[in-house]
Design a protein around this ligand. Sequence first.
Ligand SMILES: Cc1cc2nc3c(=O)[nH]c(=O)nc-3n(C[C@H](O)[C@H](O)[C@H](O)COP(=O)(O)O)c2cc1C
Length: 179
Amino acid sequence: MNSIHILGISGSLRADSTNTIILNSFQEHLPRHVTFEIFQGLGEFPHFSPELQDTEPVTRFKNAIQQASGVIICTPEYAFGVPGTLKNALDWTVGTGDLNDKPLAVISASPLNSGGDKALASILLTLTALGAKRNEHSALSIPNIKQKIRDGKVTDSETISLLKAQAENLMELISSVQG
Ligand SMILES: Cc1cc2nc3c(=O)[nH]c(=O)nc-3n(C[C@H](O)[C@H](O)[C@H](O)COP(=O)(O)O)c2cc1C
C-alpha cells in the first residue's frame, strides 16, 4: 500500500480559528494509516510577485504540497471573498503548478447563514485555474458554524457526517490517482 499523507490548509490565522477546528475534525475521519498535518506559517509569505524568488516559507509550502497525496483547505470568508493570506499563498503556486492534478477538497465555514458561499465560489475558480483534482463532491460550505462547535470541537452531528463524507471522497480521489 502506498503511504498517504494529507496536508490541511486553514485560511484563518486566528489561534482559536473555527476553520482550523474543522480541519482537526476532518482528520478524525481519515483511515488510521493516513498521516495529516496542518501547514503553519501562511501569514509569513511575502506578497506574491512573479519577479520574486521562492524563499522560506514559500518553499516549505510548495514542498508540503508536493509531498502530500491530497490537500484539504478550510477557509473563512472576509468581505465576501477569500482571505488575502490564503489567496496570496495560492498565487505563489501558479508558476510552478504545485497543485496541478493534486486531489483536493475545499470547505468554507461562516458564523452567518451564507456559509461563506462567495469565498467558496471564488476559491473554486482559483483552484480550477491551478488544475487541482476535484469532483462534484469536493466542496462544502458550513453555515452557522459557531453553533456547531463547542470546547474546540465540532459537535453538530450533521456537520460531522458531512466532514466524514469529505474525508471519504478525498480518499477516493487519491486512490483514483494512485491507482
Ligand atoms: C473583517 C471581517 C470581515 C468578515 N467578512 C465576512 C464575510 O464577508 N462573510 C462571512 O461569512 N463572514 C465574514 N466575517 C466573519 C468570519 O467568517 C468569522 O470571523 C470567522 O469566524 C472567521 O473564521 P475563523 O474562526 O476560522 O478565524 C468577517 C470577519 C471579519 C473580522
